[in-house]
Ligand binder design. Sequence first.
Ligand code: FAD
Ligand code: SIN
Length: 578
Amino acid sequence: MLYISNQTGNFEKSPSRLEGLFVFRCSLHFHKSEFHTETDVLVLGSGSAGLFFALSTAEQTGLRVLIVTKKERSESNTNYAQGGIASVIAEGDTLESHVQDTLIAGAGLCHEDAVRVLVQEGPQRIQDLVTIGARFTRTKSGSLDLGREGGHSTNRIVHARDYTGRELERALLHAVQEHPRITILENHFAVELLTDHQRKAGAGWDGRGSRAERLSCYGAYILDEATGKVTICRAHSAVMLATGGVGQAYLHTTNPVIATGDGIAMAYRAGAKIGNMEFIQFHPTSLYAPEAHSFLISEAVRGAGGILLNQAGERFMTRYDPARKELAPRDIVARAIDAELKRRGDAYVYLDVSHLNGSAIRDEFPSIYERCKELGIDITKEPIPVVPAAHYSCGGVAASLDGTTNIDRLYVAGESSMTGVHGANRLASNSLLESLVWAKRAAEHLSNRLRHEKAKPVKITLKEWDESGTENAEEWIYISHDHTEVQQLMWDYVGIVRSNYRLERALRRMKLIRKEIEDYYRKTKVTVPLLELRNIAEVALLIVRSALRRKESRGLHYTTDYPKTDDRHWRHDTIIGQ
Ligand code: FAD
Ligand code: SIN
């Protein structure tokens, strides 16, 4: 068992802000309202991966779990998921068919063992959700209603009409909130992971470590957004990184503002291996409404019979993928739209469902219908203007089949991870499934590990957050300017179609911007906008560097300098980091 103390060796040294500080191991009395700086298991993020891991861990290990999340608890990519969760449930569907669909979409880069784990354990995870009270759409006979999305050879998408993510968050949060051993801390921002790099010298540690040594993770520095103070949050047994995706690195994205790649950036700085960041998925159909925040038009709309038209009214997918048309995998549809926009000089194409039954559309897609109506579009009567937008990161922190990373005691699950499931292009609705399957496997791994752990107690002393020499940020314009510049750069040069020239230009500029941000960061007291900007710049660089390494086109990475897939040299992951 590992014991961690602060540098004085006194667990309850209490700066005024930590009044009421509570140490799990030292008290039998536990109140959810108390402030925590120590826990058994620290979970960063309250989306599907973080919440399901917290639940599974609390159940399987009996340990206490603290979930730290940077905004209000439901704010996450998960909350906005529409289409649903892919799983083999229908009579006549087979595990092998889901495996093959996933492998085909992944364009030769999926790890087949990971795909088989995903598909085999999927139905049980759906059952778990039903057990905790998730209310999915059902047919008249009471069985789960299964939708269809691109790349799937049959109907296998479990969904709650077109607000699956909201229902998933509701059910998971309800279960978590009811659980006596789980606490959620909102509006607290994980700044950095605590590893041996932040250990103080002593107890067999020279304070430096060597690159050859395997690092361990002991918790994280956490910013309390209300007070602006950063403190250590120690995790006695494990840290789960479940901080989601990177969509905000791009100007146009379907992701909410939380998706700033914090976890991937933190893990990279801590020494984790990061894989396949070049594979950014652009969703083909984000609502084109320049005056409004971007809004997804689910792929399930095409699954229900929606067709894509250019502004001349031509159904162009018949030219790009005659067999699968609108239901080709996303990389193909997004590139086809991009090509069509460039060919005609248009700003958007149309997704049309006006030929389908209007009341069925309203019933199946109530959120989409309402949102479009607010913007003056009646989707049962007129086509919806759509454009591609950055949607999902197939890459992330390299993870084993159990969610372990190359840093001991650090687990990862969900969109922050690279498990090998998605390869070069994620199959629709496989990501919520992946987050659930890996969250569960990581909890099982942790539980087994603790059962067999015989390590001698180690006393670790960690360095307190040091903000000496920093001042309050005054030049906010600087932050917002850099933020927009990164997003614009990534959109223009590292988008759906890439080239060496564009990527090299992006690399030069991103390095410069990152350096400016680092200089500013070193002399400024941290705030959420500054930390997010720093992380966005970090992940943007990871994306550019990964894209430059891959000298071929495959899945979501398409470059005009190497337009062909080169299986001989490039059928492997792109790994950056130690
Ligand atoms: P998230 O759900 O994004 O959760 C991340 C959490 O981490 C959030 O709580 C966030 O606030 C917190 N966080 C982030 N940084 C920090 C920090 N520094 N400190 C503390 N907390 C932090 N996938 C499907 O399979 N099916 C779908 O139908 C589908 N539809 C989608 C629709 C939309 C509009 C979007 C954007 C995505 C969709 N996806 C879908 C993708 C899927 O929703 C995500 O990949 C998945 O929800 C990721 O879950 P997660 O738990 O890894 O991350
Ligand atoms: C959608 O509903 O189109 C999103 C599905 C996904 O991202 O998997």
